[in-house]
Design a protein around this ligand. Structure first.
Ligand code: NAD
Length: 501
């Protein structure tokens, strides 16, 4: 059940800057350090003249523990769908199974396809080995391994589906180039692992090349994610905008934020066609909750992005500049405090007061921020137009079999005896490696066998013939656990070969 406590609009207003109407936003106070850093941000925004009509919602740990496995109730959804802007403090996901990640649920349910994470160093005021780092990571937010489709298929083998779609790739890649164009960025780098995942990551890379070619004034490069991540950690100043898929983006954006100075300093915007969510990139840090130690900067920079998004760029810049000045003045929370660099060690409240005191001031050394004319949410990506579909023809079927034997010749003999007309057994792999015909004895075998039946030359198969094959296999006692149909698209194979094939 939702433990919603407050959905009363709360107006944060100042007459200092403008008389325009307050903008409705939804605010989630979060768990752990969430409430104290959110209060800090709301106080700073109020003092800076933000015009906000706040709807507070309860999501997270309390809602999970009250029996709602999604961590968010109907009233909270209503508020987010009404305001279309969510400022969210980190939440705690209770340990143990049965709880869905609220962040993933929010991002996917609201179609927030782009996760934008600027990672900037504040040298010499925050210790970093990378004084000139200024990288924006644009992470695909909805698909890839985060589709959350996992199965245990045999005693020994578990599977997580990596789903990559052309519309998903086109949208995020175009967003990255549009973002680069709008923000005067010079280069977009794409990270994939398409030397191994030629179809899924290959699609991402292909779309990157296709769309990148439409932006001739922006340099583009592609790196395999392993060397790309290594180079990002070593020489982040070589990068400008990075676009990548969900899992790689999740990992490299934490690396980038950490090497810029601290994960506690980075905010992120989750942008979609129907709304946006703003949050710090760190978690709820339960061990320091309620101790006035937490750094509110990540959530504050997320608030700055939100103010840009809702059309209050002058307030955003005012806060950003006061915050930079606070860092320059050496007023630091414990996570970034360093002897010889920092001046005063403060808690959350002291830091908040210091930022408020500096509203109206600009940094002396770091570059001052001018009000943005191109907020993250103003970067528009045209809706996907489905092209004429390719000609799709079924040419075979992979039948995955649970079998605890080890001799693939024995399995092959059993399968051949149960094969129906139209199909021929051509290959068996184990964890992707060919073990029949002519496998190597050194190859380790689990209880999960991929058995490839190709359609015989000159035959056309239909769904009934597939069902007949499976019926025959079942009659022969073959324990199949799943099937994948093999298609060609305009004559091009839509499936990978076995390793060693
Ligand atoms: P964490 O980010 O909460 O903490 C990692 C380390 O960084 C801890 O030492 C913590 O004390 C410190 N830290 C984090 N934020 C800080 C801040 N603002 N100021 C000072 N120090 C800070 O990561 P974790 O410990 O892996 O996760 C704790 C909980 O947060 C888990 O329940 C996790 O599921 C959740 N989480 C939530 C979000 C989110 O809501 N967006 C993101 C990540 C983790």
């Amino acid at each position: 059940m939702n433990t919603l406590t407050a959905l009363k609009p709360l107006h944060l207003e100042s007459t200092a800057l403008s008389q325009s109407a307050p903008v409705p936003i939804t605010v989630a106070m979060g768990d752990g350090i969430g409430p104290e850093i959110m209060v800090a941000c709301l106080e700073i925004m109020q003092a800076a003249g933000a015009r906000l009509a706040i709807e507070a919602i309860d999501i997270g740990e309390g809602v999970y523990r009250a029996g709602n496995s999604a961590g968010i109730g109907a009233d909270a959804w209503d508020s987010v769908r009404r305001t279309r802007v969510l400022l969210k403090a980190p939440i705690t996901t209770p340990q143990g199974g049965g709880y869905k990640s609220l962040n993933v649920t929010l991002r996917k349910s609201l179609g927030l396809f782009a996760n934008v994470r600027p990672c900037v160093s504040y040298h010499p005021f925050v210790a970093t080995k990378h004084p000139t780092m200024d990288v924006v990571i644009v992470r695909e937010n909805e698909e890839d391994l985060y589709a959350g489709i996992e199965h245990r298929q045999t005693d020994e083998v578990y599977q997580c589906l990596k789903l990559v779609s052309r519309p998903g790739c086109e949208r995020i890649v175009r967003y990255a180039f549009e973002y680069a164009k709008a923000h005067g960025r010079k280069k977009v780098t794409c990270f994939t692992k398409d030397n191994i995942m030629k179809m899924t990551d290959g699609l991402f890379h292909k779309v990157f090349d296709e769309i990148g070619a439409q932006y001739p004034s922006i340099a583009r490069e592609h790196l395999i994610v392993d060397i790309g991540a290594a180079r990002l950690a070593d020489t982040p100043e070589d990068f400008d905008v990075i676009v990548t898929s969900n899992l790689y983006g999740d990992i490299i954006s934490d690396i980038a934020a950490q090497i810029a100075g601290s994960v506690g300093l980075a905010g992120s915007a989750n942008i979609g066609a129907h709304g946006a969510m703003f949050e710090a990139i760190h978690g709820s840090a339960p061990t320091i909750a309620g101790t006035d130690v937490a750094n509110p900067s990540g959530l504050l920079l997320a608030s700055v992005m939100m103010l840009d998004h809702i059309g209050q760029p002058e307030v955003a810049a005012r806060i950003h500049n006061a915050w930079l000045r606070t860092l320059e003045d050496g007023i630091h929370t414990a996570d970034v405090f360093a002897q010889g660099v920092s001046g005063a060690l403060v808690g959350t409240k002291g830091f908040t007061a210091a930022v408020i005191e500096r509203l109206g001031q600009t940094p002396r050394t770091l570059a001052a921020i001018a009000p943005s004319s191109t907020p993250a949410g103003a970067v528009q990506v045209a809706p996907y137009i489905r092209p004429k579909p390719a000609k799709k023809a079924m040419v075979g079927i992979d039948v995955f079999v649970d079998w605890s034997g080890s001799d693939a010749d024995v399995l092959a003999a059993g399968l051949k005896g149960a094969t129906t007309p139209g199909f021929g057994l051509t290959m068996i792999t184990n964890r992707g490696v060919k073990v029949w015909p002519a496998g190597l004895p050194e190859t380790f075998r689990t209880d999960h066998w991929r058995c490839r039946f190709m359609v015989n030359a000159g035959m056309t198969v239909n769904g009934h013939m597939v069902a007949d094959l499976l019926r025959q296999l079942a009659t022969a006692g073959v324990g199949f656990v799943k099937t994948e149909h093999l298609y060609t698209f305009d004559g091009e194979p839509g499936f990978s070969l076995g390793q060693g094939q």
